[in-house]
Design a protein around this ligand. Structure first.
Ligand code: ATP
Length: 215
């Protein structure tokens, strides 16, 4: 990451900007205005200008931002210029789908190792990714210098595995289990609770949607 702090909300919008700038670059465009960006990524242009000021990118009035230099900056900040190997634990339905997906639209992240307790699948290769038994967890993470892990195990196994990961020096966990796992300050967790997200969406549609209700 870049060696300066940018606000979290700004950091979250970076991939959005990055994808669109990439698209512009591929289309051969050299300049982009904050208004044009705003329409494309659906972020208001004042926010875009403020975000970009954190990157030291100062668009000239009536001229816009330079696509390539912004892209180079974002690539560096987002670590797109080097490959991050991550591991996945729990090759069930969801885990398998993620292995198959394997972040193909980016060259910067890939699942390079998976782990499971099921002897029917350990020792096999699924979607190009080797599945290791859990007793090889610590050694493989160390050998492959992996410090980010995707967790797709059953809920009741999540905390024990998290404790092992913490001990093994992992720094990031993408948690697909509904359990709010406990970690020390040295470990960052991102929760992806699909059921919860869907229920939130249903709630909003039911309560705030303008569409006529069937009654
Ligand atoms: P999903 O929730 O992904 O749809 P599923 O219903 O196919 O999964 P689960 O029972 O949730 O299966 O288990 C997910 C995977 O986690 C399985 O492949 C299972 O073998 C594996 N698993 C279960 N316990 C552990 C554990 N303690 N350590 C590692 N892997 C485990």
């Amino acid at each position: 990451m870049a060696d300066f702090k940018i606000p979290k909300a700004t950091a979250k919008r970076l991939p959005l900007y990055y994808r669109y700038l990439n698209f512009l670059h591929n289309a051969g465009k050299e300049k982009v205005s904050s208004t044009e960006l705003s329409e494309a990524v659906k972020v208001d242009s004042a926010t875009i200008r403020r975000d970009f000021s954190y990157f030291g990118a100062l668009g000239k009035r009536g001229y816009g931002y330079d696509v390539d230099s912004l892209l180079a900056f974002f690539a560096k900040t987002l670590n797109q210029d080097h490959l991050t190997n991550v591991a996945l634990i729990g090759v069930g339905n969801l885990g398998h789908a993620l292995l198959n997906y394997n972040f193909r639209q980016t060259n910067s992240v890939r699942i390079s190792a998976a782990f499971d307790v099921n002897p029917d699948i350990t020792g096999t290769i699924q979607s190009g990714v080797p599945i290791y038994p859990m007793d090889e967890l610590e050694t493989q993470l160390k050998d492959q210098q992996i410090d980010i892990v995707i967790l797709t195990v059953p809920t009741q196994a999540a905390q024990d595995i998290t404790d092992r990961l913490t001990k093994a020096g992992v720094h990031g966990i993408l948690n697909f289990t509904p359990l709010r796992i406990s970690v020390p300050d040295t470990v960052r967790v991102q929760n992806v609770d699909l059921v919860n997200e869907l229920q939130t969406l249903i709630y909003f549609i039911d309560h705030y949607s303008n569409r006529p209700k069937e009654e």
